[in-house]
Ligand binder design. Structure first.
Ligand code: ATP
Ligand code: MG
Length: 443
């Protein structure tokens, strides 16, 4: 039914063969951009389209994230589109209070591999996929899930209702915490002194011994973590998440490379597989509700540590058909009208609205899944399922909007059973003490 959360690339580093004409721009610590205004400090991450660097803004004395796009025409075009969307987002939210990443500036940079469009974004922390990993793929406490969900919903409500923008690729990797999990990684909290000039004696720039060492150390750490994880699961030892208290749970929606205006959708195939809505699989047209589907998948992943839908192609059936089967096992049969209503419907459904190649479905509704597999209390499972199930309506127009979700009582529940359980456990201890006492007294 579900699988470990691992959306996003598992690769450590961007492919080096993309450092060529039309590809990435090689950056070295201390490199200057935009006529010396921004100075590269260290690499933060990378994607298929860009590398992202922590940079120091000499004009404002702030640290920023500098996204440097690959230079070939199709990447430049994508960046122009992203800049257009990010500019609309920034213009509509002057007080920067809508939980969507802020574009600070943009410019072009000429380098040996061509001309690169660059975006300057506010500096943010780890992605919530990183948070799930940090928590060892255990579900987060529901109060933490609620805090994260509120921010995402405020962001979505702003994008949908005020701007008419569909994100089209919402997933844990594209939601960043406002602050880093590790305070030493935050340039401001750690009091980082910015590098203002290129470090001397380092003709190779980026590829230094220390980066190679760092890479090796990281690999070693990961290998050790994998071994201990395997041991824990073999020994049947209970996995345990970490204490996340002290980590700021506010987050922002990022990565608008695939976003579009609802009245101008430009691609049939949108969204990352596991977060893809049924109307996209069936090519039945789409609008804002696709983001609400992805949001619900993301909320489930936060609460359990597992991706909800992880379809795989098999003998005689495709990944798409498996995906539709998984959806129906969780949510019940898709209404016939919807099943046969998309451009791709005939590939998967017969005229009765049954899947052609996957016949026997094992129904496992969400609240039962939460109790049976994830050991939620009946109460927590029912409450979370009541919040999520309407978002998983096969009829997109019936899914609640972000604005409606923000009104849902689940978001404002305070004493969840999870936290109550702690109190209960404490009470039990007291009970044990009391009964011992009574026995003694009785003797
Ligand atoms: P994709 O392949 O996902 O389309 P992309 O090239 O469009 O990638 P992003 O996903 O925007 O690039 O960014 C790549 C990585 O850079 C992110 O996963 C994240 O680690 C880091 N990053 C991006 N924006 C920020 C930011 N504002 N603050 C801190 N880190 C960031
Ligand atoms: Mg991304």
């Amino acid at each position: 039914m579900s699988c470990s959360s691992s959306s996003g690339s598992e690769e450590d580093e961007e492919a080096m063969d993309w450092y060529r004409k039309g590809g990435y721009h090689a950056v070295r610590v201390g490199d200057q951009f935009a006529g010396g205004r921004y100075i590269a400090q260290r690499k933060l991450g990378w994607g298929q389209f860009s590398t992202v660097w922590l940079a120091y803004d000499t004009r404002t004395s702030d640290f920023v994230a500098l996204k440097i796009q690959k230079s070939a025409a199709q990447f430049a075009e994508a960046a122009l589109h992203e800049i257009e969307v990010l500019s609309a987002i920034a213009n509509g939210d002057p007080s920067n209070s809508k939980y969507v990443v802020r574009l600070v500036d943009h410019f072009k940079h000429n380098g040996p591999n061509g001309q690169h469009l660059c975006m300057v974004l506010e500096f943010l922390g780890d992605s919530i996929l990183g948070l799930i990993r940090y928590n060892r793929y255990e579900g987060l406490r529901l109060n933490k899930v609620r805090e994260l969900c509120k921010c995402i919903l405020i962001g979505l409500d702003y994008l949908h209702r005020e701007l008419g923008i569909i994100h089209s690729d919402l997933k844990p990797e594209n939601i960043l915490l406002i602050s880093t999990i590790d305070p030493t990684k935050d340039p401001v909290r750690s009091g980082l002194t910015p590098v203002l000039e290129k470090p001397e004696g380092n003709p190779n720039g980026g590829v230094t011994t220390s980066t190679i060492e760092k890479k090796l150390k990281r690999r070693a750490r990961r290998a050790v973590a994998k071994i201990s994880e395997r041991r824990a699961s073999m020994g049947g030892a209970a996995k345990s998440g970490r204490n996340l208290d002290g980590i700021d749970m506010r987050c922002k929606v990022v990565d608008f490379g695939n976003a579009c205006w609802a009245d101008k959708p430009f691609s049939e195939e949108i969204q990352t597989r596991q977060y893809r809505a049924p109307e996209v699989v069936l090519q039945a047209g789409y609008s804002f509700p696709v983001d609400m589907w992805s949001f619900a998948c993301t909320a489930f992943e936060l609460a359990t540590g597992d991706m909800l839908f992880c379809p795989k192609g098999g003998q005689g059936f495709s990944e798409d058909e498996d995906h539709l089967a998984l959806m129906m096992e969780l949510l019940g049969k898709m209404p016939r009208k919807i099943a046969i209503g998309g451009a791709r419907s005939k590939d998967y459904f017969d005229r009765h609205g049954d899947l052609k190649r996957i016949r026997r479905l094992k129904f496992w509704p969400l609240d039962r899944l939460l109790v049976d597999k994830y050991k939620f209390s009946e109460n927590d499972a029912r409450e979370l399922a009541e919040f999520l199930c309407p978002l998983f309506d096969f009829a997109p127009e019936k899914r609640p909007t972000a604005q409606q979700c923000l009104q849902h009582p689940w978001l404002n529940l305070r004493n969840s059973t999870q936290d109550g359980m702690k109190d209960e456990a404490n009470l039990k201890n007291v009970d044990v003490g009391m009964s011992n006492l009574q026995i003694k007294v009785g003797k």
